[in-house]
Design a protein around this ligand. Structure first.
Ligand code: FES
Length: 122
């Protein structure tokens, strides 16, 4: 694919934290400040650090480097176009979220409960 490249980095695992996200931050801070990736919660909740790690889609903050084979391979999530390096274009994904609304909407939930109560009272 045009414009994509593959880089190899060697982390000092004694100097960085225990998760792949730490290794990426270490690389960004020590070797390549242009390395680009997303992260937010660092708790495995937001999904913003999702990447293809060792041929499996993972969040880079939810498993230990020590539990994986070395060297690890980290790529952009498959099936999503790249904006830059490890940052995929999530436009389509976010549009799908808008359609299914995978979040709590207390106002709507209360309105639905009231409607059902009224229906049951007949
Ligand atoms: S930073 Fe949120 S899931 Fe990894």
């Amino acid at each position: 694919m045009a414009g994509l490249r593959r880089d190899t980095f060697r982390d000092d695992l004694d100097d960085c934290g225990p998760i792949p996200l730490d290794a990426l931050i270490w690389i960004k801070n020590r070797i390549d400040p242009t390395l680009t990736f997303r992260r937010s919660c660092r708790e495995g909740v937001c999904g913003s650090c999702a990447m293809t790690i060792d041929a499996t889609n993972w969040t880079a903050c939810t498993w230990a480097i020590a539990d994986r084979a070395k060297p690890a391979t980290i790529f952009l999530l498959a099936n999503l176009p790249a904006i830059k390096e490890l940052v995929p274009d999530q436009t389509h994904l976010l549009a799908q979220y808008e359609m299914i609304e995978p979040w709590l909407n207390p106002g709507r939930a209360i309105a639905e409960i009231k409607k059902k109560m009224i229906e049951r009272q007949g």
